[in-house]
Design a protein around this ligand. Structure first.
Ligand code: UDP
Length: 330
């Protein structure tokens, strides 16, 4: 059985990738410093505590497991924080990835699947966004991810590294078996916050801007189920193992836009509870519409998203939410 090193394997998307790897017959080795990851999320293989900036720890783990490939999720991902503390993001996301790439190069691990983001595109000139759209990130988080994409391509040219740069749109939902799910502290994402408001764990949900140039005035995003993101990593791994010439960037989304109001309505339908809302100001840096064209991932990786309906996505997140925070009987 092949080992796959999963940095950030105890985090949200990383843990779902570990489960998918295990189902596909691989042994995931979760490498995580547990700064945001959770020990309970690493259920499908060993958990190796370590930081991506720690070269000797990485060397030790690569030597021990000789992985076939690395799936690289470990990163800080709060856009707002990256603006006020850019050094933290460049150090961890960029310097940490460089440390990982050098460790891989020196141990002859020749395949990387990188967790990138639509934030590398910045404000799109047009939607749906394709992979060849200009990448002009508007915050240090997106910039740090774009720099890693560039480093990976340079390492590929120099050291025959095979790679997939997977640019996620809005990761959402939870494992349909309800074993793992989203658990961020602080939570900033729309769907878990809407569920918190529905369940009474917070007083209300603030809608960040109702005056966008969209049909209902709220921002439109492309919500993609976390299990489908995980599946794309397996498709990429298998494609690269067969043919490294397919090394490329792939956008991952459903190509279906949902507005903030759509998400709120669907949350109310799924939970049967009201979501109290407050209309607030726009959040700086939010483009009005982010929707992708994922034809390339479908055609070249054979990726077919399975949970595309917004209510179905929210239903998996709601099941997980209820497992984490069961409501006390009245
Ligand atoms: N959003 C909102 N209220 C919140 C959190 C998010 O209105 O409390 C909006 C946000 O402006 C964006 C969408 O919901 O248009 C998705 O935001 P999220 O932070 O979940 O993901 P992002 O698009 O930033 O990756």
């Amino acid at each position: 059985m092949h080992n796959i090193l999963v940095t950030g394997g105890a985090g949200y998307v990383g843990s779902h990738a570990c489960k998918a790897l295990s189902k596909a017959g691989y042994r995931p080795i979760a490498y995580d410093n547990l700064s945001f990851g959770h020990e309970w999320a690493a259920q499908w293989g060993p958990l190796e505590r370590g930081d991506i900036l720690d070269r000797s720890r990485l060397d030790e783990v690569l030597k021990r497991y000789t992985p076939l490939a690395v799936m690289h999720f470990a990163a800080f991902a709060y856009v707002g924080e990256s603006v006020v503390d850019p050094g933290k993001y460049y150090r961890n996301n960029m310097a940490g990835s460089l440390t990982l790439l050098e460790a891989m190069r020196d141990r002859n691990v020749d395949t990387i699947i990188f967790s990138s983001t639509c934030a590398t595109y910045g404000i799109p000139e047009s939607v749906p966004i394709r992979e060849d759209a200009p990448q002009r990130p508007i915050n240090p988080y997106g910039a740090s991810k774009l720099m890693v994409e560039r480093m990976i391509q340079d390492f590929a040219a120099a050291h025959a590294l095979k790679f997939a740069l997977l640019r996620y749109f809005n990761a959402s939902g939870a494992d349909p078996d309800n074993q793992i799910g989203e658990d961020h502290d602080p939570e900033t994402h729309l769907i878990p916050l809407a569920l918190d408001a529905a369940a009474g764990r917070r007083a209300n949900l603030t809608i960040f801007g109702s005056d966008y140039d969209t049909p209902d005035g709220t921002c439109i995003r492309d919500y993609i189920h976390v299990t489908d993101l995980a599946a794309a990593h397996i498709c990429a791994l298998e494609t690269l193992t067969k043919d490294g010439r397919l090394s490329a960037a792939y956008n991952l989304g459903n190509g279906l836009g949902a507005s903030v109001s759509d998400v709120i309505e669907a949350t109310q339908r799924v939970t049967g509870l009201a979501v109290p809302v407050v209309r607030g100001a726009r959040r700086p840096g939010d483009p009005a519409v982010l929707i992708t064209d994922s034809t390339k991932a479908r055609d070249e990786l054979g990726w077919v998203p399975g949970i595309t309906d917004l209510s179905e996505i929210i239903a998996t997140a709601w099941a997980w939410h209820q497992r984490q925070w069961p409501r006390k009987p009245a």
